[in-house]
Design a protein around this ligand. Structure first.
Ligand SMILES: NC(=O)c1ccc[n+]([C@@H]2O[C@H](COP(=O)([O-])OP(=O)(O)OC[C@H]3O[C@@H](n4cnc5c(N)ncnc54)[C@H](OP(=O)(O)O)[C@@H]3O)[C@@H](O)[C@H]2O)c1
Length: 350
């Protein structure tokens, strides 16, 4: 380990699977590079996503948390040519390197990019996982919609959620779609202020109003389902439209690719559920698929460019420091419960 990198660091680490209200900060060995494509990053900020703890039963403890970070590269593996120590970067770290809510973390050169120049580290850390998920879902929607998404009606529930806030801005300002969205009552007034006037084109209070009536039956060309509302939204969809969901269940085949140790019974069950959803949506003339994001440098570079051009801005609802464990528990609990948050929850490390 280089002389200026400490042997130990502070990190959010669990001693057992638990809910966020039991999270703790621990002192752990600073990770070191063990593969040629890895980067060791001094983390300035990390952000939190709803992705749960892996319950495959095969994890080792202490279990480090966090997939998103922004920071400064302090060391690079022998095959890394696109980054050097001192580079300011942002990354969605691959699953096997999970642990971004820490003073130091590893990522790979193919899942990292230079941080958008116009953003703080906290804002940059809020982006990788949620923004790439939204972008990859919209790419799929663009490919599945005849003539692409420009001028088409795109429905993205949760205009102020992590994934929804990026989805709405990308769909409108990059893909050129007419965007309709939903939020709960307390957030209706903040949408235009946070995302920009007219983004989305229509926002509906899903807790009070009739979403199908407000948006219009059979009016949507593409839905990016951020909240598991695929079935409820079928009346909104045109015949031949498509839905890409990130919040229903992955197929068994996909889950086995992500977690090879998943038992066969679970794979079969998930494949059956997936088949039923495809069949059901197919009866309505709608093409359905689940998407799991794949972090990559190219998408992060595109997102950084759009941010620096003013087309996309991250919404950071709240930031707390790494040692503010009560603040971290509260913020992570809100994400765990899936209600009430605005934009992304960021943990300042530096
Ligand atoms: N497959 C993948 O690769 C992938 C990647 C990222 C995320 N995800 C999943 O996608 C989901 C969303 O992630 P996220 O980061 O956007 O979560 P998040 O930032 O925690 O947002 C959740 C928000 O959704 C809103 N919401 C809940 N029910 C709603 C409804 N029926 N209509 C409209 N809004 C509703 C809530 O706002 P209110 O308080 O206004 O209700 C809440 O603040 C999670 O289930 C996550 O696990 C999957």
């Amino acid at each position: 380990m280089a002389a200026n990198i400490p042997q130990t660091m502070r990190a959010i680490a669990l001693s057992k699977y638990c809910k966020p209200n039991e999270y703790a900060v621990a002192t752990l060995p600073t990770p070191s590079i063990s593969n040629p494509d890895e980067l060791l990053i001094k983390v300035h900020a990390a952000s939190v996503n709803p992705a749960g703890q892996n319950d495959g039963g095969k994890d080792s403890f202490p279990y480090k948390l966090g997939y998103d970070l922004a920071g400064t590269v302090v060391a690079v593996g022998t095959s890394v040519t696109n980054f050097s120590p001192g580079d300011e970067v942002y990354s969605r770290v691959p699953g096997h390197l999970r642990g971004s809510i820490a003073q130091y973390a590893l990522s790979t050169s193919s899942t990292t990019a230079l941080k958008p120049k116009t953003l703080s580290f906290g804002e940059a850390a809020s982006m990788p996982l949620a923004a790439q998920t939204a972008l990859q879902s919209l790419y799929r929607g663009e490919a599945e919609t005849e003539g692409g998404l420009r001028g088409k009606t795109v429905f993205i529930p949760g205009a102020l959620s992590g994934t929804g806030s990026f989805g709405v801005q990308l769909a409108k300002n990059v893909f050129g779609a007419r965007v309709v969205s939903t939020v709960s009552s307390g957030k209706v007034g903040s949408v235009g202020t946070l995302l920009g006037k007219g983004t989305p084109d229509l926002v509906v209070d899903y807790t009070k109003d009739d979403v199908v009536k407000e948006i219009g039956k059979g009016s949507v060309d593409f839905m990016f389902d951020t909240v598991g509302q695929t079935f409820k939204s079928l009346p909104l969809m045109k015949k031949g439209a498509s839905i890409v969901s990130i919040s229903t269940l992955p197929s068994g085949k996909l889950i086995r690719e992500m977690q090879p140790g998943v038992p066969l019974w679970l794979k079969v069950m998930l494949d059956v559920v997936n088949w039923v959803i495809e069949l059901w949506t197919g009866w309505s003339g709608v093409r359905y698929s689940y998407l799991h994001l794949v972090g990559n440098t190219a998408d992060l570079e595109k997102l950084a460019k759009w941010v620096d051009e003013g087309k996309v801005k991250p919404i950071v609802g709240e930031s707390v420091g790494l040692e503010d464990i009560e603040g971290i528990r509260k913020g992570c609990m809100r994400i765990f419960e899936g209600k009430g948050g605005v934009g992304k929850f960021v943990i300042d490390i530096a």
